[in-house]
Design a protein around this ligand. Structure first.
Ligand SMILES: [Zn+2]
Length: 297
């Protein structure tokens, strides 16, 4: 019985030692064994969740990209667009090239007509006299050069009428009113002589030019070689044909192939090359008086 009890005790001790040994090793190994299992499991969970999370994250991205796109589109659009309220913008609306960069209130661009009167006090600088005609002294040299160039073509030039004062115009006007009562207008309703303060001759910047041998001031003057040459070259000296045949409705004055006006070389070339009149040119820069809204002098 003692031997059986001894072996039973020994077996118990061996089992206990074995249990202790196994327990110790399994305790040491457990973190190493559990950790990879947990990592794999987390990764699996993240992998399945990962494609779900990026999907909503990807969809807002193109929305965020799409929002700056339209905001970037209007930025380049205004760059080439010209301000419609600028001279270049108004010219573009009429199919005209950009007009010269000038001060429209400078003396060369004074506008005198029925709806843009210049008043009783306006008078030219000087004036100086060229071939019997008083003119603003600042246009004497350009006029002399234009006349000399035309004569160099064996054409005859006659300076017929330059500066006319307000009081001279008033006397002319009153004479015509007496001749053509009650208002001095012709059968078409046009002034035969412009009322004082509305004639361009008062500026001293214009001159009637005819042929020495053909002084008749009517549209037949346009057939003379002198006019044909001068109307093609006047802009090179700063002059324009002030009352063209196709602008009678705009200028309010009938075709006058004898009336030349100084505006300076750059503007004369723009007006003549684009086939416009002074009223249309000045309108690119500022508001002008019209029949509906006449300006005060
Ligand atoms: Zn005239």
């Amino acid at each position: 019985m003692k031997i059986v009890r001894f072996f039973r005790t020994l077996l118990g001790l061996i089992l206990l030692a074995g249990f202790v040994y196994l327990s110790y090793h399994s305790y040491q190994a457990s973190p190493k064994l559990l950790e990879p299992a947990n990592w794999t499991r987390r990764g699996e969970v993240q992998e399945t969740a990962a494609p779900q999370q990026p999907e909503p994250a990807v969809t807002p991205e193109p929305q965020a990209e799409a929002t700056p796109e339209p905001s970037a589109e209007p930025t380049p659009t205004p760059e080439p667009t010209v301000d419609p309220d600028s001279p270049a913008g108004r010219a573009a609306a009429l199919g005209l090239p950009a007009p010269p960069d000038i001060d429209i209130n400078s003396w060369e661009f004074v506008l005198a007509n029925e709806y843009n009167p210049i008043g009783e006090d306006y008078a030219p600088q000087g004036p100086s006299v060229l071939e019997g005609q008083p003119l603003d002294e600042r246009i004497i040299e350009p006029m002399r050069a234009m006349v000399a160039d035309t004569r160099a073509q064996n054409l005859s030039v006659f300076l017929s009428s330059g500066y006319r004062s307000y009081s001279d115009q008033l006397a002319n006007f009153n004479r015509k009113v007496a001749q053509y009562p009650p208002d001095g207008k012709d059968s078409a309703g046009r002034w035969i002589v412009l009322p004082p303060g509305t004639s361009e001759h008062q500026t001293g910047l214009a001159c009637d030019i005819t042929d020495v041998y053909y002084e008749l001031k009517d549209r037949s003057l346009a057939e003379t070689a002198m006019y044909k040459y001068m109307s093609q070259h006047c802009q090179d000296f700063g002059f324009i044909v002030r009352y063209p045949a196709d602008k009678e409705e705009v200028t309010g004055v009938m075709y006058e192939p004898w009336h030349f006006r100084y505006v300076g070389e750059e503007v004369a070339k723009y007006i003549m090359e684009n086939g416009i009149c002074l009223e249309e040119f000045v309108s690119l820069y500022r508001e002008i008086g019209t029949a509906e809204h006449p300006l005060e002098p």
